[in-house]
Write a protein that binds this ligand. Structure first.
Ligand code: ADE
Ligand code: ZN
Length: 321
């Protein structure tokens, strides 16, 4: 088990909610969560679309800024206990106040205050629009992001069902976020292939790609990623759990890295995939022989690509020396 301080760039806040936490809140609020958990109490789903449905159903218990403050504290404490010193969490105005800007401000403030109350780990928020909700809602989400851009909200992205719509449908939202000075990332190359990654780069002009692993299906694209220094937020355990790859040994992270692509490692939605950040590195060591020097190098890449201010970045790099 590595002792190196870890940096996570890709974690969905709601997707990191422990099942016990969601069950406790559901009992308090008398929300029916039939179909969300199996008999052992784990989240239950069959495939990617089923996963997205269960994720959204569980999120229905999170109803107030106070609920999100509690979730933030819980998630950060767990991440820290699994070795993380810095995490970027995807936050969704779709769930937090229905994209109403005044309501969203209250949610963002509650999460920021909760994050500042957890010692030993720093957090920044990446506002994410949800692809299958469509471009109109994404525009409203981007406006929420632009209105709250600052020292806590530092990025903008897109998640959700990659198999519907196209990156170009979301170009306005990304332009809006870029003008607000936010760092940009897009989920692509998870449930679609290389064309989807290429479209995210061309039409959304992102510096990072969430997943991006299926770029491996087109080596010219892999070389472009390497040459342009595009950073991949790779989530190996998520890809295996959602059956993008049958097993970690078949995952392309090591091939991408060897060909010069900047790869980083994250957990995506850890309780859904029965993983945590340290477990990801342990598995990468077992599958590909990633020693501590490799882990240090990957986390240096993550620090360099983080959507944070220069002083924070310098502090993270120093911790990694
Ligand atoms: N939202 C939460 N996890 C996701 C994933 N792995 N892909 C797309 N959208 C998501
Ligand atoms: Zn994700």
């Amino acid at each position: 088990m590595t002792q190196i301080p870890l940096i996570e760039l890709h974690l969905h806040l709601e997707g990191a909610a422990p099942p016990d936490f969601i069950r406790r809140l559901a009992a308090e609020k008398k929300v029916d969560l039939t179909g969300v958990f199996d008999e052992r109490g784990s989240y239950v789903y069959k495939d990617f679309e089923g996963f997205l449905k269960v994720y959204e159903a569980a999120t229905a218990v999170l109803q107030t800024p106070e609920d999100y403050a509690r979730l933030t504290s819980e998630v950060l404490e767990r991440s820290r206990d699994h070795g993380a010193i810095y995490t970027e969490a995807f936050l969704s105005p779709d769930f937090c106040g229905g994209r109403d800007i005044a309501a969203w401000r209250d949610y963002a403030a509650a999460m920021q205050e909760a994050a500042q109350g957890v010692d030993g780990i720093e957090m920044r928020g990446i506002i994410t629009c949800i692809r299958h909700l469509g471009p109109d809602k994404a525009r409203e989400t981007a406006i929420c992001a632009a209105e709250t851009a600052g020292d806590f909200i530092t990025g903008f992205g897109i998640a959700g069902n990659e198999t519907v719509l196209e990156p170009q449908d979301f170009a306005w939202a990304f332009d809006c976020a870029r003008e607000a000075g936010l760092g940009l990332t897009a989920h692509a190359g998870e449930f679609r292939g290389a064309d989807s990654v290429r479209a995210a780069l061309d039409d959304l002009r992102v510096s990072r790609i969430g997943h991006g692993v299926r770029a491996i299906e087109d080596l010219a694209l892999v070389d472009r990623l390497a040459e342009d220094g595009i950073v991949l937020e790779v989530c190996p355990g998520s890809n295996v759990a959602l059956r993008v790859y049958a097993k970690l040994g078949a995952h392309p992270i090591e091939k991408l890295r060897e060909r010069g692509v900047k790869v980083t490692v994250s957990t995506d939605d850890p309780p859904f995939f029965h993983t945590d950040l340290m477990a990801e590195y342990d598995a990468l060591d077992a599958a590909f022989g990633w020693d501590d020097e490799m882990i240090r190098q990957v986390n240096r890449t993550a620090a360099e690509a983080a959507f944070c201010d220069d002083a924070t970045r310098a502090a993270l790099l120093k911790r990694l020396e």
